[in-house]
Design a protein around this ligand. Structure first.
Ligand code: NAP
Length: 280
């Protein structure tokens, strides 16, 4: 039976460390790390994420601002707010909650954020730095996965690492971080042939596709470490991952549950990035 990697506990421990580092930082530098979160429109899931981010800031002693803009906000108005936050000395991190309403251009907004304040690490400048391996910020979800592995004593060096999913926010940076950690990395996607054959070669399998219970026992090598990034809502409203936990837990050596695995780490890594930005 696999060890359950407890993302809630690891996340709480890291937030405690960030809180201590923040207190020391404020005492030494005389200013507080500040995060601005911008949300446009009324998407209920986004509203919850934004509330949680503001709360997390408060818990570790950061200054935070939440800018709630109406759904009909124009590109010019949003750009103007980003410019204002770029210039604001109290703000070290800027996060624009995605998705934006359809009439707004996400790329234009992301390009406008000062890369030094880009705590989501979505700006092409930071994406390029991650590729090179000389980075200030890592995208929060893949960084969270790396922290879970590290704090569980799992070293990707020399291991076969398979990532299912190649999105810009999870799959691609995930593959890059595992590569930097000396894993031998394979990236799979919807056009991959014989997917189960590839995934059965994985010592570390990271799944980020967005399909409930997609990865069953037939896709996992006995003894593998299985990291489930997926967050899917079942018809009954319950949250479930991309991995069939009941099937895979008995054969894996370690596994992240959903909820309580990767999920709690994402905001924690955002806090970490904001502290890094303030230190810079
Ligand atoms: P995405 O942009 O929709 O990307 C999904 C990826 O999965 C794509 O690369 C797609 O391949 C691949 N895929 C889809 N169906 C597949 C199949 N049958 N076989 C193999 N590959 C398949 O999703 P995302 O933003 O990366 O998110 C993935 C999951 O992680 C979602 O459940 C999301 O909710 C969750 N998530 C969780 C967190 C967190 O904090 N825990 C953060 C972000 C995302 P193609 O490229 O070929 O289409």
């Amino acid at each position: 039976m696999a060890i359950r990697i407890d993302g809630k506990a690891i996340s709480a421990q890291i937030r405690e460390e960030i809180k201590e580092q923040t207190a020391a930082f404020v005492a030494e530098r005389g200013y507080t790390p500040g995060l601005a979160v911008v949300i446009v429109g009324e998407d209920p899931a986004s509203q919850v994420y934004v509330r949680n981010k503001a709360l997390a800031c408060e818990q570790v002693g950061f200054y935070s601002q939440v800018h709630r803009l109406p759904a009909e906000t124009t590109q010019a108005e949003l750009n103007a707010l980003v410019d204002e936050l770029n210039a604001n000395q109290q703000i070290h991190g800027i996060l624009v909650q995605l998705p934006l309403p359809k009439h707004l251009d996400e790329t234009e907004v992301l390009l406008r954020i000062d890369p030094k304040k880009d705590v989501d690490a979505f700006h092409p400048y930071n994406v390029g730095k991650i590729m090179i391996g000389d980075y200030d910020f890592l995208p929060c979800t893949p960084a969270g996965v790396m922290a879970l592995l590290e704090r569980s004593g799992i070293d990707p060096a020399g291991k076969n690492c398979v990532v299912i999913g190649r999105s810009n926010i999870v799959g691609k940076p995930m593959a890059m971080l595992l590569l930097h950690a000396n894993g031998t990395v394979t990236v799979c996607h919807s056009r991959t042939k014989n997917l189960a054959e590839v995934t059965r070669e994985a010592d570390i399998l990271v799944v980020a596709i967005g399909r409930a219970d997609f990865v069953g026992a037939d896709m996992v090598k006995p003894g593998a470490v299985v990291i489930d990034v997926g967050m899917n809502r079942r018809a009954d409203g319950k949250l479930t991952g991309d991995v069939n936990f009941a099937e895979v837990e008995p054969i894996a050596s370690a596994i992240t549950p959903v909820p309580g695995g990767v999920g709690p780490m994402t905001i924690t890594m955002l806090l970490q990035n904001t502290l890094t930005a303030a230190k810079k």
